[in-house]
Design a protein around this ligand. Structure first.
Ligand code: SF4
Ligand code: SF4
Length: 155
């Protein structure tokens, strides 16, 4: 008689360990208004005009501006040098829902052109109003050239 032993199935992919990563210690992220108006979409363009700044929309539709800047306390070995005394925001960060271990649905924008392309696809009317006055022709999608010119900013 043969005895069959059931082995637990291995996970398809193991989550990345924080000790091998350290990514969330290399930026500062601040929540921003979703770009549903010309005013807030123009703000996104302004963020993206700056070097080392990106904008992120997570899977729940929350938006944030991201400043690439390494924490002074992150060692070259990717370990926190002040771990017992790290700030609350570091303690509360959830490594099961972070952008490395649960990136589903998130979208990062590194350049104005990436944001304008996304806006044109999802909100063409808002895109046209934004592009008409606040998107310089260089880096603007080609079909924005004929956009109308509103007389007042839509806030
Ligand atoms: S929480 Fe996520 S992003 Fe931060 S170090 Fe851990 S695995 Fe990397
Ligand atoms: S204090 Fe420590 S855990 Fe917090 S961001 Fe800096 S290195 Fe990372």
């Amino acid at each position: 008689m043969t005895t069959r032993i059931s082995l637990p199935l291995a996970r398809a992919t193991e989550p990345t360990a924080c000790t091998d990563c350290g990514r969330c210690c290399t930026y500062v992220s601040v929540g921003i208004n979703p770009p549903r108006t010309v005013r807030y979409a123009s703000d996104v363009l302004w963020y993206l005009y700056h070097e080392a700044v990106s904008v992120y929309r997570d899977g729940d539709g929350e938006w944030s501006v991201v400043f690439q800047t390494r924490c002074r306390h992150l060692g070259l070995d990717r370990l926190c040098r002040i771990y017992p005394h790290r700030p609350l925001i570091c303690r509360e960060f959830d490594n099961t829902t972070c952008e490395v271990n649960a990136p589903e649905g998130g979208r990062a924008f590194a350049t104005p052109a990436e944001f304008l392309d996304w806006l044109e696809d999802g909100s063409p009317a808002l895109f046209r109003r934004l592009a008409a006055r606040f998107a310089p022709p260089a880096g603007r999608p080609a079909n924005a050239a004929g956009a109308s010119h509103p007389t007042q900013v839509d806030r």
